[in-house]
Design a protein around this ligand. Structure first.
Ligand code: NOJ
Length: 520
């Protein structure tokens, strides 16, 4: 398979298209929009979890990996989607959440009911000095441990307390993960994304002097062994499957290990360093102006290191966990179209597989909700509470959510300027971004200079030119303060991508940039 000419489109199904008038997107809604995706030219659609789930973390809390959540439809709907997409040469990529299950999962319920076999599938531990086993912090705030009175033990949850971490040391867990992947492969699924997969090995359970715990559970050596096993037992048995691992707080060296073809682990991985240049990672409440030089260096470091190692990159600006890039590294008020085109050009002509997130291709912006009640994400609500406890005032709390909340990317897809943006005919589960009357698919289709047509052309260019698929990456003018430029070279083909920026005086949560981009 030539991975270099493939493009993936990410769908957050709850917010893509509602077909059954309940204000929530669903699988039939995706089917309705397949012609649009074919027009755009994408090869895969990655759908975030649609499995049965209490939806405490929008599907990343899976109750049953073999069933479709009725919110999204039925198994028959998914089978139709696979078939209908296939007719348009589009494959389906599903999201495998294997670091944790929902506490509603049958295994966890049997664990709570006292069955040792199932207790061993999770990470239950005794407390220490009347408190949790250690000082690790959940990524959604607060302790990463929850006490179970009947057992007089705590279980680990690196995310929400209803997302219990699995014990990958237990072979039963590893085998079940492979069973799940094989089940979906048999249905015709051709791609898998593995959620926070570099966290599955928890080595030691000591207190962390840094007070977080990350170093005890991130990129531990057994992750590689577990991935090799999963590859061997499932997707590695077919030669037409692509995989992408989502990695939390990783390093280049680890990414290379996960993606070196001879290691037989994953096709590629998502790392997030390039999306951490506009806030203080140590103190995330502090949003900063976007650091252009840092971004350039990160891109070059990752491109060159993975290229030297023969590893492959996943290229993305947006996803359901990130505020919209146009509102972060672009100017979504004065130069929305230019900024969006510039950002797409800079990233999607690099060496790797582009992942376009729904709405990015029409220039969707942050939602900028100004009331707490509009936020749906559990992480946003927890952050708000935390900031309140730390004494931040209401204005600061809302400003933070407007800049950083994941809900910014989760508002309904803007299909038209009709009521509810053509997403639904009833009030959606989350408010719309107000600019849908101007920024929508219908209008973008009609305007030949729109961001949408530009994305389509970029995708076609990738399919047409081998230099975009396979060319070497060579940075150009590396130290220039206003230029990010690179060449891609393959035999006698050469491509120069040039991004020029001028920074006006303002800084703050949204940096003000004027950019032009050119392709030669
Ligand atoms: C990463 C997913 O992308 C995110 O949405 C989720 O909250 C966490 N993993 C936990 O599963």
């Amino acid at each position: 398979m030539n991975i270099g000419n493939k493009v993936v489109y990410q769908i957050y199904p709850k917010s893509f298209k509602d077909s059954n008038h309940d204000g929530l997107g669903d699988i039939r809604g995706i089917i309705e929009k397949l012609d649009y995706l074919q027009f755009l030219g994408v090869d895969y659609i990655w759908i975030t979890p649609i499995f049965k789930s209490p939806q405490n973390d929008n599907g990343y809390d899976v109750e049953n990996y073999y069933e479709i959540d009725p919110l999204f439809g039925t198994m028959a709907d998914l089978e139709d989607l696979i078939e209908e997409a296939g007719k348009r040469n589009i494959h389906i990529m599903l999201d495998m959440v294997f670091n944790h299950t929902s506490t509603e999962h049958e295994w966890f319920k049997r664990a709570l009911a006292g069955e040792k076999e199932y207790q061993e599938c999770y990470l239950f531990m005794e407390g220490k000095e009347g408190g949790p086993p250690n000082n690790w912090i959940s990524k959604f705030k607060g302790s990463a441990w929850r006490y179970v009175e009947d057992m007089d033990q705590f279980y680990l949850h690196l995310f929400h307390e209803t997302q219990a971490d699995l014990n990958w040391k237990n072979e039963k867990v590893r085998q079940e993960a492979a069973n799940v992947v094989r089940f979906w492969m048999n249905k015709g699924v051709k791609g898998f994304r593995f959620d926070v997969i570099n966290l599955i090995d928890k080595e030691a359970f000591s207190d962390d002097p840094d007070g977080e715990g990350k170093k005890f559970y991130t990129d531990r050596p057994l992750v590689n062994e577990y991935l090799r096993g999963l590859n061997e037992e499932s997707f590695g048995q077919a030669d037409d499957i692509i995989t992408v691992g989502e990695l939390s707080s990783t390093t280049i060296e680890n990414c290379i290990r996960y993606t070196k073809p001879e290691n037989k682990e994953l096709s590629m991985v998502f790392s997030f360093h390039h999306l951490k240049v506009d806030y203080d990672v140590q103190n995330p409440w502090r949003i900063r102006a976007f650091d252009f030089q840092k971004l350039k260096h990160i891109i070059t470091d990752w491109q060159t290191a993975l290229q030297e190692a023969g590893s492959w990159n996943a290229l993305f600006w947006c996803c359901h966990d990130q505020p919209r890039v146009l509102s972060r590294y672009g100017n979504d008020k004065e130069y929305p179209v230019r900024s969006a085109k510039m950002l797409a050009t800079a990233l999607y002509l690099l060496r790797g597989t582009p992942y376009i997130y729904q709405g990015e291709e029409i220039g969707m912006t942050n939602a900028y909700f100004d009331k707490l009640e509009q936020y749906r994400d559990i992480a946003a609500v927890n952050c708000y509470q935390c900031m309140m406890e730390q004494g931040y005032d209401e204005e600061a709390r809302i400003r933070y959510l407007q800049g950083r909340s994941r809900d910014n990317a989760r508002t309904p897809m803007q299909w038209s300027d009709e009521t509810y943006a053509g997403f639904s005919d009833t009030e959606p589960w989350i408010s719309l971004t107000e600019n849908y009357d101007r920024i929508n698919v219908k209008r973008s289709m009609e305007d030949p200079d729109s961001v949408l047509h530009y994305y389509r052309e970029l995708i076609q260019l990738r399919k047409e030119y081998e230099v975009i698929q396979d060319g070497r990456y060579i940075p150009v003018m590396e130290e220039h303060e206003a230029v990010f430029a690179y060449k891609r070279i393959l035999d006698d083909q050469e491509l120069l991508v040039f991004w020029y920026l001028t920074i006006s005086t303002k800084s703050g949560p949204l940096c003000r940039l004027i950019r032009r981009n050119m392709i030669y």
